[in-house]
Design a protein around this ligand. Structure first.
Ligand code: ADP
Ligand code: MG
Length: 880
């Protein structure tokens, strides 16, 4: 028997020995009345029952009573009643007293609420118990004989079985109950009394009770100690048996007793024999059953092992199938992924190819167009070349024309005279008007350049000038006539402009002007910059400005910032030019800079003088404009100078009463002004000797006075009667400078001559205008042609570049297309390979699955067979 079988047996021992024909030793269940008093109703042998219960009682005087304690039955005097495992209780009439559990040693307490059947007058006794390994010791009993009643009930092992609790009881170390089994007598929750156990108490007054377990542990519910009264002394000859029902003594003879004993002995022997044979039979049966069980077990073990093997195989197969399925899944997903990827890339490539094809078509179309446009381009090129040649020719003509224009312009200027004198009369001052000053100037013929001076009374002296400006003429009018001369400097001519006159007549006003009314200096530069800008395509101009002062025959640089500048001297270069080494030439690029420079100059002039006007009237203020030009077409360079001179006041010429420094000043001014007059006069009269060296001023201006240089002098006069003498002196000086003395007799002659000159001038002007116009047109057409030629050139170049680019692109695209086609074919090959692998794998998986299925089927069939066999074996075992 293995462990589980043993357990099952312990749980339910009837299962293995359920043969109903074999009676068990403990089977009293169907006969709970089978006790001393109640005769059994079954077919069981009454002696047998009796003897089994009797065998538990070792004291022949003691009795078993299968119900609870009844007061009426108790005739003896109760010494003490212990409620084992319970509490002390006393009856209401206080006749009965139950002590609580004491006097014990060891054991445990058990209490139940279960109903105890037939529990008598005091059922609570049986609802508590002491169980386990314990004993009771009662002291201080008077020596003598006592009866002890023990009260039992099986309240723990209520389900039995019999034999679960078997124990012995010793009283004063004498066995009174042997192999006592409560359940086997009355079952569970039923009282069982063992009455009248005789005990003799010795001198020590002790009653000792010992409970000893045979199977399980002993249990007891109550202990009652009674006083034994009138215990009959048994007679030696006679023996009595007590009646179980009425407790009457039945006299038994010794012969009867002997018979009884022999009967009992026989009965026991017979029974022992029967039991021995039964036991042998059962042992044999058991052995056989055990053997067949062992064989069945062995078979089962084998089957189990086989099953285990199969299970293992199935598992390994499952695992391989799982792995394969996983593999297949992986491969499938990879395949799907790859397929998608390749399809996408193929699609991509196809699109690219499409685009490339389109581009290719476009490019070849473009290339065709380009190729077709080549003859057109060639035509254009030849056209452009012709245009270029034409433009070159025009350029040549243009420069020739320009030279001619310059010449003509110069001729015009020359016909006007290289030396010109303009007379300007200032308006009367407020104080002059208030003082009632009379006017001595007559402007009736001012338009013709004639100026009349009333020299007193009706006498009128007439002066002739190139221009006469009345006080009404403004700065713009004045500059309008001066500007043609000024612009000659850009054509490479040297120009000098002077303002001559008495102090306070407007020299500085004419030359410098005021902030609101700017004069010749500023306007000249403004015009120079304007013309330079207009000519910027053909000429490059470099303009610089110097501001000088000549005082007491000394030259001062007004732009120099150093206060102790060294003495400036006039030098002549190897080429014969006169220059002043060390003077500052401020390069100016625009009119704003010019104004700043002019301001610096005029501020510098004021430094060191207490009265600006006074000082300025005693010195010559000179603005030198140096123009360097480059003809961008011919590369010709010129260098020319424009002098703008605000001369010292001329009034002192006559005043010789000055002394000291003033005298020196006056002498110097006188010297320089007369030297200037002499030089200009000599030039006008074409004298062989020009006395430049007579003063610093003329020496400085030497290059720009004479030759083809232009000279303009503004003679400034006052209209006032008070200044008449100075006015006449200035006008005389100017007339001398002009080189033409005008007298009344000469006038006619001069008029006819003048008329001739005028007509010539008009003609020349007309011609000049016509030439200018044609020149402008020519320039325009040239520019047009040039721009056209440039444009065509550009178009041609870009077209050629485009063709090259397109060709390159075409080549690139073709190679790319070839490559991508190759790639596509490679990719489709690879795809095919993958698909084949996949189908192979799928087939393999299918095969494996079918194999698995077959195996499972065969295994289940074999299991079924084995199960059938096992069933039959077990049936056989059961029936056998
Ligand atoms: P100068 O330089 O010859 O000594 P200014 O130029 O200083 O003379 O002129 C003296 C004054 O006369 C200034 O106040 C100036 O503005 C004024 N003036 C000179 N000429 C004119 C003119 N044409 N129109 C108006 N004012 C003038
Ligand atoms: Mg002045």
């Amino acid at each position: 028997m293995d462990g589980s079988q043993l357990n099952a047996f312990l749980q339910n021992p009837d299962t293995l020995f359920t043969n109903p024909s074999i009676p068990t030793v403990f089977d009293w269940e169907k006969n709970d009345m089978a006790l001393n008093q109640d005769k059994p109703s079954s077919a069981m042998d009454e002696d047998e029952e009796e003897s089994s219960v009797d065998s538990m009682l070792c004291d022949s005087n003691s009795r078993l009573i299968p119900f609870g304690f009844s007061k009426s039955n108790c005739t003896d005097e109760i010494m003490m009643f212990i409620n084992a495992g319970g509490e002390a209780l006393s009856e209401a009439d206080s006749r009965m007293k139950f002590l609580g559990d004491s006097y014990f040693e060891g054991g445990n307490v058990m209490q139940t609420n279960e109903h105890i059947a037939e529990a008598g007058d005091c059922p609570f006794i049986y609802q508590s118990a002491r169980f386990g390994s314990f004993c009771y010791r009662f002291n201080n009993f008077p020596p003598g004989d006592y009866f002890v009643d023990l009260h039992f009930a099986e309240i723990i092992n209520t389900n039995g079985p019999k034999g679960m609790r078997v124990f012995n009881v010793y009283m004063q170390e004498e066995k009174v109950l042997s192999d006592f089994d409560i359940f086997s007598v009355v079952g569970a929750n039923k009282p069982l009394q063992v009455d009248d156990l005789r005990v003799s108490v010795k001198e020590d007054g002790l009653i000792a009770m010992r409970f000893e377990g045979v199977i399980g542990s002993p249990i007891v519910c109550g202990i009652c100690v009674k006083k034994a009264q009138n215990i009959p002394v048994p007679q030696a000859s006679q023996e009595y048996l007590k009646c179980n029902n009425c407790a009457a003594d039945i006299e038994v003879s010794s012969a009867q007793k002997k018979l009884m004993r022999r009967k009992v002995t026989d009965k026991y022997e017979k029974k022992i024999q029967e039991l021995t044979t039964q036991c042998q039979l059962k042992t044999h049966e058991c052995h056989e059953a055990w053997m067949s069980l062992t064989a069945a077990n062995e078979q089962l073990e084998k089957v189990r092992m086989e099953l285990d093997n199969k299970i293992f195989q199935t598992r390994t197969l499952d695992e391989t199938v799982g792995k394969q399925a996983e593999n297949l899944k992986n491969i499938t997903s990879r395949y799907g992924h790859d397929k998608k990827y390749w399809a996408a890339s193929v699609h991509d490539l196809q699109e690219k190819i499409m685009i490339m094809k389109n581009e290719h078509a476009q490019l070849s179309h473009d290339a065709h167009a380009c190729a077709e446009s080549i003859p057109e381009l060639n035509k254009m090129v030849t056209g452009v070349q012709a245009l270029v040649a034409q433009s070159e020719d025009l350029k040549l003509k243009y420069s020739e024309e320009q030279a001619k224009r310059k010449e003509l312009y110069n001729q015009i200027q020359e016909t006007k005279g290289n030396i010109r004198v303009f007379c300007r009369c200032r308006p009367l001052r407020k104080e002059e008007i208030s003082a009632g000053c009379a006017l001595v100037v007559d402007f009736d013929a001012a338009k013709d350049g004639d100026l009349g001076i009333l020299t007193g009374g009706s006498t009128k002296k007439t002066f002739k000038f190139d221009q006469v400006y009345t006080p009404k003429d403004n700065q713009v009018d004045v500059f309008a006539d001066a500007s043609p001369l000024v612009t000659s400097v850009l054509d490479g001519y040297n120009v000098c402009i002077f303002a001559y006159g008495q102090t306070g007549t407007g020299k500085t006003f004419t030359m410098e002007g005021t902030d609101q009314n700017r004069g010749v200096n500023y306007r000249t530069l403004e015009q120079l910059f304007q013309i330079a800008k207009e000519r910027s395509e053909t000429f490059m101009y470099n303009i610089s400005v110097s501001v000088l002062e000549v005082y007491n025959e000394q030259i001062r640089d007004l732009l120099s910032t150093s206060p102790t500048s060294k003495r400036l001297e006039i030098k002549q270069s190897a080429e014969g030019f006169h220059h002043v080494p060390g003077i500052i030439e401020a390069k100016v690029d625009n009119i704003k800079e010019v104004w700043n420079v002019l301001q610096i100059g005029s501020n510098s002039r004021a430094v060191g003088s207490t009265n600006v006007n006074e000082h300025s009237s005693r010195s010559h203020c000179i603005l030198r404009i140096m123009v360097k030009s480059k003809n961008l077409m011919t590369g010709d360079c010129t260098k020319s100078k424009l002098w703008l001179v605000d001369l010292a006041g001329s009034e002192r010429l006559a005043k010789t009463d000055a002394q000291g420094e003033r005298l020196k000043e006056a002498q110097n001014i006188n010297k320089s002004l007369s030297a200037l007059g002499d030089v200009i006069y000599a030039l006008a009269t074409k004298s062989s000797h020009i006395p430049y060296r007579n003063s610093k001023l003329t020496h400085l201006l030497q290059d720009s006075l004479g030759g083809d240089s232009k000279t303009l002098m503004f003679v400034q006069i006052s209209p006032s009667e008070r200044d008449l003498s100075e006015t006449l002196s200035s006008l005389n000086f100017a007339t001398r400078v002009r080189g033409i003395e005008l007298g009344p007799a000469k006038r006619q002659v001069d008029t006819s001559e003048l008329q001739k000159m005028k007509t010539m001038l008009d003609k020349a002007r007309q011609e000049s205008r016509a030439k200018d116009e044609s020149l402008r047109k020519l320039e325009e057409s040239l520019q047009n042609l040039e721009s056209k030629a440039k444009g065509r050139d550009q178009v041609y170049k870009t077209q050629q570049e485009k063709i090259k680019e397109l060709e390159c692109q075409l080549e690139l695209k073709t190679s790319m297309q070839n490559q991508s086609e190759k790639q596509v074919s490679q990719l489709s090959d690879r795809l095919k390979g993958r698909e084949e692998i996949c189908t192979g794998l799928q087939q393999k998986v299918k095969e494996l699955e079918t194999k698995l299925k077959e195996r499972q089927q065969s295994e289940s069939a074999s299991y079924q067979q084995k199960e059938g066999k096992l069933m039959t074996v077990s049936c056989l075992i059961q029936t056998g």
